[in-house]
Design a protein around this ligand. Structure first.
Ligand SMILES: C[S@@+](CC[C@H](N)C(=O)[O-])C[C@H]1O[C@@H](n2cnc3c(N)ncnc32)[C@H](O)[C@@H]1O
Length: 207
């Protein structure tokens, strides 16, 4: 399995559309279900990219809820803002890295992060998970979806270094308790996307 360095925002969405044969929405709704997102909740998507998951979350939380997306790429955030406007949902988007979230502590019921962790260096990943824990309310939930599973499915392109690396979300999940997050459940999740079929998820709770 290979994930290459990020293409342009429009190309990213086009590739997702082609890879999912127009069914990306099914995958995003599955993630919203796995995170157990409910009406009225406050949700953050870290590394939100072009905002497709944040928009699905906004539909689920409804007008009483709040959704925020952060991503370090201004181009991706610009496209995410445009898509949310077009979809007719309220999502606040901010340009920021996961390692330094410009958001108040204990302010979210749910934090999502999809296909982001494998891009991060060891230190950035640790800092990002600590930040996710900080912004979660006590009892709040983190849903991370990323590469994992059988040995052959774990190879991916590390965007920062351009090197092929083996990434396994299970390795991260085992370190969560040290960062104040207790695993609720984990397992495989079908993305429906060619070359990224066998993703894994971990749902954890802020202790
Ligand atoms: C493969 S894309 C996934 C985007 C989106 N989560 C999705 O599911 O479509 C990886 C994303 O990670 C973001 N990213 C890279 N470094 C990051 C960091 N330090 N903190 C947060 N996001 C980061 C990229 O800008 C990009 O949007």
């Amino acid at each position: 399995m290979t994930v290459r360095a990020m293409p342009s925002p429009l190309r990213y969405d086009l590739m997702a559309w082609i890879a999912s044969r127009g069914r990306e929405r099914v995958f995003r709704e599955r993630q919203v279900d796995l995170a157990r997102i409910a009406l009225g909740e406050a949700v953050l998507d870290v590394g939100c990219g072009t905002g497709t998951l944040a928009i699905a979350a906004a539909r689920r939380v409804g007008e009483q809820g709040v959704v925020h997306g952060v991503d370090p790429s201004p181009e991706l955030v610009a496209r995410a803002r445009k898509k949310a406007r077009r979809a007719g949902v309220e999502v606040a988007f901010t340009v920021a890295p996961g390692e330094k979230l410009p958001l108040a502590g204990s302010s979210f019921d749910v934090v999502l992060s999809t296909l982001v962790f494998h891009h991060l260096s060891h230190d950035a990943l640790r800092a990002s998970v600590a930040e996710i824990r900080r912004v979660l309310k006590p009892g709040g939930r983190m849903l991370a979806v990323d590469i994992g599973g059988p040995q052959d499915d774990r190879r991916t392109m590390h965007a920062a270094s351009g090197r092929q690396v083996a990434f396994d979300l299970a390795g991260i999940a085992s370190r969560l308790p040290r960062l104040g997050l207790e695993e609720i459940e984990s397992g495989p999740v079908e993305s429906g996307m060619r070359r990224l079929e066998n993703l894994h998820y971990v749902l954890a709770e802020a202790a």
